[in-house]
Design a binder for this molecule. Structure first.
Ligand code: PMP
Length: 393
Protein backbone atom coordinates (compact mmCIF):
# COMPACT_ATOMS: atom_id res chain seq x y z
CA UNK A 1 0.00 0.00 0.00
CA UNK A 2 1.40 3.36 -1.00
CA UNK A 3 0.32 5.18 2.18
CA UNK A 4 2.46 3.00 4.49
CA UNK A 5 5.24 5.14 5.92
CA UNK A 6 8.57 4.06 4.48
CA UNK A 7 11.42 5.46 6.59
CA UNK A 8 14.04 4.33 4.09
CA UNK A 9 12.69 6.29 1.15
CA UNK A 10 11.89 9.39 3.24
CA UNK A 11 15.28 9.37 4.95
CA UNK A 12 17.06 8.75 1.67
CA UNK A 13 15.40 11.87 0.27
CA UNK A 14 16.68 14.15 3.03
CA UNK A 15 19.78 12.58 4.57
CA UNK A 16 23.07 14.41 4.08
CA UNK A 17 24.72 11.55 2.27
CA UNK A 18 27.79 11.23 4.51
CA UNK A 19 26.98 7.74 5.78
CA UNK A 20 27.26 4.29 4.24
CA UNK A 21 23.74 3.20 5.05
CA UNK A 22 22.41 -0.34 5.30
CA UNK A 23 19.07 -1.08 3.75
CA UNK A 24 17.15 -1.55 6.98
CA UNK A 25 15.19 0.75 9.33
CA UNK A 26 15.68 -0.12 12.99
CA UNK A 27 12.67 1.00 15.01
CA UNK A 28 12.89 -0.75 18.38
CA UNK A 29 15.47 -2.27 20.71
CA UNK A 30 15.47 -4.24 23.93
CA UNK A 31 18.61 -5.62 25.52
CA UNK A 32 20.73 -7.39 22.92
CA UNK A 33 18.04 -7.32 20.22
CA UNK A 34 16.71 -4.77 17.78
CA UNK A 35 13.79 -4.96 15.33
CA UNK A 36 13.29 -3.35 11.96
CA UNK A 37 10.07 -1.76 10.71
CA UNK A 38 9.03 -5.04 9.13
CA UNK A 39 9.33 -6.90 12.43
CA UNK A 40 12.58 -8.72 11.63
CA UNK A 41 14.66 -9.37 14.74
CA UNK A 42 18.44 -9.01 14.95
CA UNK A 43 21.12 -9.76 17.51
CA UNK A 44 22.82 -6.41 17.72
CA UNK A 45 26.62 -6.62 17.79
CA UNK A 46 26.81 -3.06 16.44
CA UNK A 47 25.22 -1.69 19.62
CA UNK A 48 25.05 1.83 18.20
CA UNK A 49 28.82 1.60 17.40
CA UNK A 50 29.70 0.46 20.90
CA UNK A 51 27.23 2.70 22.73
CA UNK A 52 24.72 0.37 24.34
CA UNK A 53 27.07 -1.70 26.50
CA UNK A 54 24.08 -1.99 28.83
CA UNK A 55 21.76 -3.25 26.10
CA UNK A 56 19.06 -1.21 24.43
CA UNK A 57 16.62 0.73 26.61
CA UNK A 58 18.00 -0.49 29.91
CA UNK A 59 15.11 -0.04 32.39
CA UNK A 60 17.24 1.89 34.91
CA UNK A 61 18.45 4.33 32.27
CA UNK A 62 14.92 4.73 30.89
CA UNK A 63 13.54 5.37 34.40
CA UNK A 64 16.29 7.90 35.16
CA UNK A 65 15.59 9.76 31.91
CA UNK A 66 11.86 9.77 32.65
CA UNK A 67 12.37 11.07 36.14
CA UNK A 68 14.88 13.75 35.19
CA UNK A 69 12.74 14.88 32.25
CA UNK A 70 9.96 15.80 34.65
CA UNK A 71 12.36 17.88 36.73
CA UNK A 72 14.92 19.71 34.62
CA UNK A 73 16.16 18.98 31.10
CA UNK A 74 18.80 21.60 30.68
CA UNK A 75 21.07 23.52 32.99
CA UNK A 76 24.15 25.22 31.62
CA UNK A 77 27.33 24.58 33.59
CA UNK A 78 27.42 28.21 34.71
CA UNK A 79 25.04 26.90 37.38
CA UNK A 80 25.58 23.95 39.70
CA UNK A 81 23.13 21.04 39.48
CA UNK A 82 22.29 18.15 41.81
CA UNK A 83 22.21 15.39 39.18
CA UNK A 84 25.47 16.55 37.63
CA UNK A 85 27.15 16.62 41.03
CA UNK A 86 26.04 13.04 41.74
CA UNK A 87 27.28 11.88 38.35
CA UNK A 88 30.70 13.50 38.78
CA UNK A 89 31.12 11.86 42.16
CA UNK A 90 30.17 8.46 40.72
CA UNK A 91 32.25 8.82 37.56
CA UNK A 92 35.41 9.77 39.44
CA UNK A 93 34.94 6.70 41.66
CA UNK A 94 35.34 4.34 38.67
CA UNK A 95 38.10 6.28 36.84
CA UNK A 96 41.81 5.60 37.35
CA UNK A 97 42.67 7.10 40.73
CA UNK A 98 44.77 10.02 39.55
CA UNK A 99 41.95 11.44 37.38
CA UNK A 100 39.77 13.60 39.55
CA UNK A 101 38.60 16.56 37.47
CA UNK A 102 36.08 16.16 34.66
CA UNK A 103 34.90 18.23 31.71
CA UNK A 104 31.53 17.10 30.34
CA UNK A 105 30.55 17.36 26.68
CA UNK A 106 28.33 15.62 24.15
CA UNK A 107 30.31 13.20 21.99
CA UNK A 108 33.57 11.35 21.56
CA UNK A 109 35.03 13.82 19.07
CA UNK A 110 34.20 16.70 21.39
CA UNK A 111 36.05 14.97 24.19
CA UNK A 112 39.13 14.60 21.98
CA UNK A 113 38.89 18.26 20.93
CA UNK A 114 38.86 19.23 24.58
CA UNK A 115 41.76 16.89 25.37
CA UNK A 116 43.92 18.45 22.65
CA UNK A 117 43.08 21.97 23.84
CA UNK A 118 43.75 21.04 27.47
CA UNK A 119 47.12 19.52 26.56
CA UNK A 120 48.21 22.65 24.69
CA UNK A 121 46.86 24.92 27.42
CA UNK A 122 48.54 22.98 30.17
CA UNK A 123 51.96 22.56 28.61
CA UNK A 124 52.20 25.67 26.45
CA UNK A 125 53.50 23.33 23.75
CA UNK A 126 51.98 22.61 20.36
CA UNK A 127 52.75 19.16 19.01
CA UNK A 128 50.56 16.12 19.39
CA UNK A 129 51.93 12.67 18.59
CA UNK A 130 49.22 10.23 17.50
CA UNK A 131 49.30 6.73 16.07
CA UNK A 132 48.91 5.30 12.61
CA UNK A 133 45.57 3.48 12.37
CA UNK A 134 44.29 5.64 15.25
CA UNK A 135 40.76 7.01 15.16
CA UNK A 136 39.74 9.98 17.29
CA UNK A 137 36.73 11.50 15.55
CA UNK A 138 35.92 13.78 12.64
CA UNK A 139 35.82 17.36 13.92
CA UNK A 140 38.84 19.37 12.77
CA UNK A 141 41.04 18.85 15.84
CA UNK A 142 40.10 15.24 16.42
CA UNK A 143 40.37 14.60 12.68
CA UNK A 144 43.91 15.93 12.70
CA UNK A 145 44.79 13.10 15.09
CA UNK A 146 42.81 10.48 13.16
CA UNK A 147 45.06 8.48 10.84
CA UNK A 148 42.98 7.34 7.87
CA UNK A 149 43.99 9.51 4.95
CA UNK A 150 40.68 9.45 3.13
CA UNK A 151 38.97 10.94 6.18
CA UNK A 152 41.58 13.69 6.51
CA UNK A 153 42.76 14.66 3.07
CA UNK A 154 39.63 16.43 1.75
CA UNK A 155 39.79 18.80 4.72
CA UNK A 156 43.39 19.99 4.65
CA UNK A 157 44.72 22.17 6.16
CA UNK A 158 44.00 20.55 9.52
CA UNK A 159 45.57 21.72 12.77
CA UNK A 160 49.35 21.88 12.48
CA UNK A 161 51.73 19.98 14.70
CA UNK A 162 50.11 16.54 14.69
CA UNK A 163 52.49 13.71 13.84
CA UNK A 164 51.59 10.07 13.28
CA UNK A 165 53.87 7.19 14.17
CA UNK A 166 53.34 3.42 13.96
CA UNK A 167 51.34 1.94 16.86
CA UNK A 168 53.06 -0.47 19.23
CA UNK A 169 56.52 0.75 18.16
CA UNK A 170 58.04 2.84 20.97
CA UNK A 171 61.25 3.63 19.10
CA UNK A 172 59.37 5.70 16.50
CA UNK A 173 58.09 8.01 19.21
CA UNK A 174 61.52 8.32 20.81
CA UNK A 175 62.80 9.44 17.41
CA UNK A 176 60.33 12.29 16.96
CA UNK A 177 59.32 13.47 20.44
CA UNK A 178 60.56 17.04 20.94
CA UNK A 179 60.70 19.92 23.39
CA UNK A 180 57.50 21.16 21.75
CA UNK A 181 55.49 17.94 22.24
CA UNK A 182 52.36 18.69 24.27
CA UNK A 183 50.96 15.17 24.33
CA UNK A 184 50.97 11.64 23.06
CA UNK A 185 47.42 10.64 22.12
CA UNK A 186 46.58 6.96 21.58
CA UNK A 187 43.80 4.43 21.97
CA UNK A 188 44.61 1.65 24.42
CA UNK A 189 42.98 -0.77 21.99
CA UNK A 190 42.69 0.67 18.50
CA UNK A 191 39.06 0.29 17.52
CA UNK A 192 38.22 1.59 14.05
CA UNK A 193 41.80 0.81 12.99
CA UNK A 194 41.20 -2.95 13.28
CA UNK A 195 40.73 -3.90 16.98
CA UNK A 196 44.42 -3.87 17.92
CA UNK A 197 45.29 -4.01 21.61
CA UNK A 198 48.31 -2.00 22.70
CA UNK A 199 51.31 -4.01 23.96
CA UNK A 200 51.87 -3.63 27.69
CA UNK A 201 55.52 -2.61 27.21
CA UNK A 202 54.62 -0.08 24.53
CA UNK A 203 51.97 1.62 26.65
CA UNK A 204 54.24 1.60 29.73
CA UNK A 205 56.96 3.12 27.58
CA UNK A 206 54.65 5.95 26.53
CA UNK A 207 53.95 6.68 30.20
CA UNK A 208 57.66 6.79 30.98
CA UNK A 209 58.48 8.92 27.98
CA UNK A 210 55.82 11.50 28.85
CA UNK A 211 57.14 11.72 32.40
CA UNK A 212 60.69 12.19 31.17
CA UNK A 213 59.84 14.79 28.53
CA UNK A 214 57.25 16.76 30.48
CA UNK A 215 54.43 16.09 28.05
CA UNK A 216 51.01 14.61 28.74
CA UNK A 217 49.73 11.12 28.03
CA UNK A 218 46.20 11.07 26.60
CA UNK A 219 44.34 7.79 26.36
CA UNK A 220 41.32 7.92 24.08
CA UNK A 221 38.91 5.51 25.77
CA UNK A 222 35.83 6.64 23.85
CA UNK A 223 35.37 3.12 22.50
CA UNK A 224 37.14 1.08 25.16
CA UNK A 225 35.57 2.68 28.24
CA UNK A 226 32.77 1.47 30.47
CA UNK A 227 33.48 -2.22 30.48
CA UNK A 228 33.89 -2.82 26.77
CA UNK A 229 37.29 -4.48 27.30
CA UNK A 230 36.57 -6.16 30.64
CA UNK A 231 37.71 -3.33 32.93
CA UNK A 232 36.03 0.01 33.52
CA UNK A 233 38.78 1.49 31.34
CA UNK A 234 41.19 -0.46 29.17
CA UNK A 235 44.24 1.23 30.74
CA UNK A 236 43.35 -0.57 33.99
CA UNK A 237 44.39 -3.86 32.36
CA UNK A 238 47.90 -2.42 32.23
CA UNK A 239 47.82 -0.58 35.56
CA UNK A 240 48.63 2.62 33.75
CA UNK A 241 47.27 6.07 34.49
CA UNK A 242 47.11 8.67 31.71
CA UNK A 243 47.11 12.40 32.44
CA UNK A 244 43.99 12.85 30.32
CA UNK A 245 41.36 10.25 29.47
CA UNK A 246 38.60 10.80 26.91
CA UNK A 247 35.17 9.15 27.11
CA UNK A 248 32.02 8.94 25.02
CA UNK A 249 29.83 6.22 23.53
CA UNK A 250 28.73 4.00 26.46
CA UNK A 251 29.08 6.67 29.15
CA UNK A 252 25.34 7.38 29.33
CA UNK A 253 23.69 4.09 28.37
CA UNK A 254 22.67 5.30 24.90
CA UNK A 255 22.19 9.03 25.44
CA UNK A 256 24.69 11.37 23.72
CA UNK A 257 27.46 12.39 26.08
CA UNK A 258 31.22 12.74 26.22
CA UNK A 259 33.67 13.53 28.99
CA UNK A 260 37.33 14.23 29.60
CA UNK A 261 38.98 13.37 32.89
CA UNK A 262 42.26 15.02 33.86
CA UNK A 263 44.86 14.60 36.57
CA UNK A 264 46.52 17.24 38.70
CA UNK A 265 49.26 17.42 36.06
CA UNK A 266 46.86 19.32 33.81
CA UNK A 267 46.94 23.05 34.51
CA UNK A 268 45.36 26.28 33.38
CA UNK A 269 41.78 25.07 32.93
CA UNK A 270 40.53 28.52 33.85
CA UNK A 271 37.04 29.95 33.26
CA UNK A 272 36.51 30.82 29.62
CA UNK A 273 39.18 28.50 28.21
CA UNK A 274 36.61 25.96 27.00
CA UNK A 275 32.89 25.24 27.26
CA UNK A 276 29.74 23.80 25.72
CA UNK A 277 26.07 24.80 25.88
CA UNK A 278 24.80 21.27 26.37
CA UNK A 279 27.83 19.91 28.26
CA UNK A 280 26.81 18.51 31.64
CA UNK A 281 23.08 18.75 30.91
CA UNK A 282 21.03 17.04 33.63
CA UNK A 283 19.27 14.67 31.22
CA UNK A 284 22.53 13.10 30.02
CA UNK A 285 23.93 13.21 33.56
CA UNK A 286 20.91 11.31 34.91
CA UNK A 287 21.29 8.68 32.18
CA UNK A 288 25.01 8.37 32.85
CA UNK A 289 24.58 8.07 36.60
CA UNK A 290 22.02 5.28 36.11
CA UNK A 291 24.22 3.59 33.53
CA UNK A 292 27.31 3.58 35.75
CA UNK A 293 25.25 2.19 38.64
CA UNK A 294 23.87 -0.53 36.37
CA UNK A 295 27.34 -1.52 35.09
CA UNK A 296 28.42 -1.99 38.70
CA UNK A 297 25.22 -3.57 40.11
CA UNK A 298 24.97 -6.10 37.29
CA UNK A 299 28.71 -6.86 37.33
CA UNK A 300 28.89 -6.20 33.61
CA UNK A 301 32.56 -5.26 33.64
CA UNK A 302 33.57 -8.71 34.94
CA UNK A 303 31.07 -10.29 32.59
CA UNK A 304 32.67 -8.58 29.59
CA UNK A 305 36.06 -10.00 30.57
CA UNK A 306 34.73 -13.53 30.99
CA UNK A 307 32.50 -13.60 27.93
CA UNK A 308 35.20 -12.01 25.80
CA UNK A 309 37.56 -14.90 26.52
CA UNK A 310 34.74 -17.38 25.93
CA UNK A 311 33.71 -15.99 22.56
CA UNK A 312 37.25 -15.54 21.25
CA UNK A 313 37.95 -19.17 22.05
CA UNK A 314 34.75 -20.21 20.28
CA UNK A 315 35.61 -18.14 17.21
CA UNK A 316 39.06 -19.71 17.32
CA UNK A 317 37.40 -23.10 16.78
CA UNK A 318 35.90 -22.03 13.45
CA UNK A 319 37.70 -24.04 10.81
CA UNK A 320 37.88 -21.66 7.89
CA UNK A 321 41.09 -20.45 6.29
CA UNK A 322 39.59 -17.04 5.45
CA UNK A 323 40.24 -16.07 9.09
CA UNK A 324 43.69 -14.52 9.42
CA UNK A 325 43.64 -13.55 13.09
CA UNK A 326 41.31 -13.08 16.06
CA UNK A 327 42.05 -10.09 18.29
CA UNK A 328 40.47 -8.17 21.09
CA UNK A 329 40.03 -7.55 24.76
CA UNK A 330 36.81 -8.30 26.64
CA UNK A 331 33.81 -7.93 24.38
CA UNK A 332 35.69 -5.80 21.86
CA UNK A 333 36.31 -8.40 19.20
CA UNK A 334 38.03 -8.26 15.83
CA UNK A 335 38.20 -11.08 13.32
CA UNK A 336 40.71 -10.23 10.62
CA UNK A 337 39.86 -11.89 7.31
CA UNK A 338 42.08 -12.49 4.31
CA UNK A 339 39.46 -10.79 2.18
CA UNK A 340 37.06 -7.83 2.21
CA UNK A 341 34.58 -7.90 5.04
CA UNK A 342 31.59 -6.05 3.51
CA UNK A 343 29.93 -9.05 1.81
CA UNK A 344 30.12 -10.96 5.09
CA UNK A 345 28.51 -8.09 7.00
CA UNK A 346 25.64 -8.20 4.52
CA UNK A 347 25.33 -11.96 4.84
CA UNK A 348 25.36 -11.71 8.64
CA UNK A 349 22.54 -9.17 8.52
CA UNK A 350 20.52 -11.44 6.25
CA UNK A 351 21.00 -14.11 8.92
CA UNK A 352 19.88 -11.88 11.79
CA UNK A 353 23.21 -10.59 13.16
CA UNK A 354 24.33 -6.96 12.98
CA UNK A 355 28.10 -6.47 13.02
CA UNK A 356 30.64 -3.77 12.14
CA UNK A 357 33.78 -3.48 10.05
CA UNK A 358 37.03 -2.11 11.46
CA UNK A 359 38.90 -1.23 8.29
CA UNK A 360 38.42 -3.15 5.03
CA UNK A 361 39.12 -6.68 6.24
CA UNK A 362 38.23 -6.82 9.94
CA UNK A 363 34.87 -8.04 11.20
CA UNK A 364 34.18 -6.25 14.49
CA UNK A 365 31.74 -7.33 17.18
CA UNK A 366 30.74 -4.93 19.95
CA UNK A 367 27.83 -6.78 21.57
CA UNK A 368 26.02 -5.35 24.57
CA UNK A 369 27.74 -6.67 27.70
CA UNK A 370 24.41 -8.20 28.80
CA UNK A 371 24.61 -10.74 25.97
CA UNK A 372 24.28 -14.37 27.11
CA UNK A 373 26.56 -17.30 26.28
CA UNK A 374 23.70 -18.82 24.27
CA UNK A 375 23.37 -15.67 22.21
CA UNK A 376 27.14 -15.57 21.67
CA UNK A 377 27.01 -19.22 20.56
CA UNK A 378 24.31 -18.25 18.10
CA UNK A 379 26.38 -15.35 16.77
CA UNK A 380 29.46 -17.57 16.36
CA UNK A 381 27.54 -20.28 14.54
CA UNK A 382 26.04 -17.70 12.16
CA UNK A 383 29.52 -16.25 11.54
CA UNK A 384 30.75 -19.77 10.82
CA UNK A 385 27.86 -20.35 8.44
CA UNK A 386 28.37 -17.15 6.43
CA UNK A 387 32.14 -17.66 6.26
CA UNK A 388 31.60 -21.19 4.97
CA UNK A 389 29.01 -20.05 2.44
CA UNK A 390 31.45 -17.34 1.31
CA UNK A 391 34.08 -20.02 0.78
CA UNK A 392 31.70 -22.01 -1.40
CA UNK A 393 30.52 -19.20 -3.54
N1 PMP B 1 37.60 8.18 19.63
C1 PMP B 1 37.44 6.87 19.40
C2 PMP B 1 38.46 5.92 19.93
C3 PMP B 1 36.33 6.39 18.70
O1 PMP B 1 36.19 5.08 18.48
C4 PMP B 1 35.37 7.33 18.24
C5 PMP B 1 34.14 6.89 17.48
N2 PMP B 1 34.20 5.71 16.81
C6 PMP B 1 35.58 8.69 18.49
C7 PMP B 1 36.70 9.08 19.19
C8 PMP B 1 34.60 9.73 18.01
O2 PMP B 1 33.42 9.64 18.72
P1 PMP B 1 32.08 10.34 18.18
O3 PMP B 1 31.66 9.59 16.97
O4 PMP B 1 31.12 10.22 19.33
O5 PMP B 1 32.41 11.75 17.88
Amino acid sequence: MSDIFDPISVESKYTSGVYYKRDVAIVRGKGVRVWDNKGTEYIDCVAGQGVVNLGHCHPKVVAAINEQSQKLLTCTEIFYNDTRAKLLDKLVSVLPQNLNKVYLCNSGAESVEAAIKFARLSTGKKEIIAAMRGFHGRTMGALSATWEKRYRQPFFPLIPGVKHVPYNKPQKIIDIISEDTAAILVEVVQGEGGVRPGDAEYLAHLRKLCDEKGCLLIFDEVQTGFGRTGKWFACQHYELEPDILTMGKAIAGGVPMGAVAVSECVHNLKPGTHGSTFGGNPLACAASLAAIEAYADEKLIERSCELGKYVREKIGCIDNSVIREIRGLGLMIGIELKTKVTPYLRALMANGVLALPAGPTVLRLLPPLVITKDELDQVVSIIEKVLNEGKNG
